[in-house]
Design a binder for this molecule. Structure first.
Ligand SMILES: Cc1cc2nc3c(=O)[nH]c(=O)nc-3n(C[C@H](O)[C@H](O)[C@H](O)COP(=O)(O)OP(=O)(O)OC[C@H]3O[C@@H](n4cnc5c(N)ncnc54)[C@H](O)[C@@H]3O)c2cc1C
Length: 487
């Protein structure tokens, strides 16, 4: 007999008889081969890349387990599956590829995982209007390759490109590494198609802009599965760039680097990639550059004459702010290694606790937020590194991305919670937004009330109207307390 799998956060589960009945009905709708209660399927969809899941997994436990996984292939099938779950009050969690960083897919109350991977078609590529309509379950890398073959790019390259889906990007408001030119996913998305908890299907219009009241389909962007399932979206595409220019610089300090980027953005130039590293990360990523200086890497792409002009304007601003040129080879190195996260896996295996915490700052509090978060992270006993960089740059500010590594003497979960409490307190005190692109999931929900104030109540009311029985991804986005995961 196999031992039951230990779950840490499981709050409740519908009766097995209810699930068995649902499974039979689901098999009738989408085929028995697309419905599974096998342990391997339950285990592979029960968690994401939230580091706490890895800590538990290495100890032989999982956060929680679903009771069923279903793989629909069309929007109509998603609608039927949701309507049925709604009638039976069965919790449902949409699942892309589980690359989320905050525990967003954990099935706290059991029920059904709707895995979108079979919804992977590119429905149309409209070259005249530069729009693609794509289903939500398509893998990021395959999506980009498909566009490239037709001479286009989707402009969205999260570090998780190879292990995330278009639906997951939209659900989490993701940001790609080239976002300064192409925008975050909410800028790239023109409209969404989605299914609400009761099975209602609705689609936004693919017009560039409209003045027709609030755009309800845009509510799904950033909804992390709490309102329903995103089944498809119409996204912008761009012709493959004619020219790419790579440049890197170093600065004596972060202040000079930040001011240089601010002026570049103010000038109207829009490099695709802008990354300013602190001295620690400069040393880690580019050992040849002195670890006492801060590296800035830039990638400019687009039409040849525009790239040439942007290159000139950018060089002018950064050199006027004390930069030293260091050529293109560091950007080439970054391009080659940008999807590699093997160092993190090695550290995990050695017993480290590590995480990344991204927030959004304006220019006036960019440096002070970095310093406050770094101090808070270093102040927790056991931390051996707390470093940062800025990327995803806007005229009004930038995303600050902190990385922390520790070998705590105390219990790892206690240490982890102290890290986050310190980082979130520092970020809120400085006036930053508590997330730029990883989203909220389960864990960051602990700070949603402080982030939103009364706005969180508005979100709760919308949730109550769209999902009155609360079947969609319960316990997420800080809408309700999760007794087993407190500060
Ligand atoms: C190594 C690594 C690097 C990363 N780099 C980046 C990065 O550069 N930029 C960035 O923004 N993020 C990054 N992330 C975070 C993560 O990849 C993104 O949040 C991604 O958008 C999640 O996509 P997914 O398909 O894996 O979603 P999942 O993890 O499966 O789901 C995430 C959340 O969205 C919901 N969801 C998923 N699909 C749907 C749908 N179709 N409809 C409704 N809800 C849905 C889920 O219920 C869950 O709440 C990284 C993660 C890792 C592990």
């Amino acid at each position: 007999m196999t031992e039951p799998i230990r779950t840490i956060l499981q709050e409740s589960r519908p009766d097995q008889a209810v699930i068995d009945r649902y499974a039979r009905a689901a098999a009738g709708l989408i085929g028995a081969e697309n419905v599974s209660a096998n342990h391997v399927d339950l285990l592979s969809t029960c968690r994401d890349y939230w580091p706490v899941n890895s800590i538990w997994m290495l100890e032989g436990a999982v956060p929680a387990l679903p009771q069923l996984v279903v793989w629909p292939q069309s929007t109509e099938e998603v609608s039927q599956l949701l309507a049925l779950a709604n009638e039976q009050r069965i919790p449902v969690v949409p699942y892309g590829e589980g690359s989320g960083a905050l525990g967003g897919v954990i099935p706290l109350r059991g029920g059904v995982m709707i895995d979108l991977k079979r919804m992977n078609k590119l429905r149309s590529l409209d070259q005249k209007n530069l729009l693609v309509t794509v289903e939500a379950g398509v893998n990021g890398e395959l999506y980009e390759e498909h566009l490239n073959r037709a001479g286009y790019t989707g402009g969205h390259f999260p570090q998780s490109l190879r292990c995330s889906t278009v639906g997951g990007w939209l659900a989490c408001r993701a940001a790609g590494q080239f976002s300064t030119r192409y925008g975050k996913i909410e800028d790239i998305a023109v409209s969404t198609e989605a299914v609400l908890a009761d099975g209602t299907i609705f689609r936004g219009r693919r017009v560039p802009r409209s003045s027709t009241g609030p755009r309800v389909d845009r509510l799904m962007i950033g909804s992390e599965g709490i309102f329903g399932v995103i089944t498809a979206a119409t996204l912008r595409v761009w012709p493959l760039p004619e020219k790419r220019h790579l440049a890197s610089y170093t600065f004596e300090n972060l202040d000079d680097g930040l001011e240089a980027i601010r002026l570049v953005m103010r000038s109207g130039a829009r490099p695709a990639v802008v990354r300013l590293y602190d001295a620690v990360e400069t040393g880690n990523h580019f050992p040849e550059l002195s670890d006492q200086r801060c590296a800035l890497i830039l990638l400019i792409e687009g039409a040849r004459t525009i790239v040439d002009a942007e290159q000139e304007v950018i060089a002018e601003h950064v050199l006027a702010n004390g930069a030293e040129e260091s050529g293109s080879k560091y950007v080439e190195h970054w391009l080659e290694t940008r999807f590699n996260i093997s160092a993190a896996s090695r550290l995990l295996q050695k017993g480290a606790v590590l995480d990344t915490i991204e927030v959004t700052t304006n220019w006036h509090n960019a440096l002070s937020t970095y310093l406050a978060m770094q101090e808070a992270l270093k102040g927790v006993e056991g931390t051996i590194m707390a470093s940062g960089h800025w990327s995803h740059v806007y005229p009004e500010g930038a995303a600050l991305y902190m990385t922390v590594v520790g070998f705590p003497a105390e219990d790892k979960i206690t240490y982890y919670k102290k890290l986050w409490q310190g980082a979130m307190d520092a970020s809120l005190a400085e006036g930053a937004a508590i997330s730029h692109h990883h989203g909220i999931g389960l864990h960051r929900g602990l700070w949603m009330a402080e982030e939103h104030g009364k706005g969180l109540e508005v979100l709760r009311r919308i949730k109550g109207a769209l999902d009155p029985h609360g079947i969609m991804n319960p316990g997420k986005l800080g809408l309700e307390e999760v007794a087993k995961w407190q500060k």
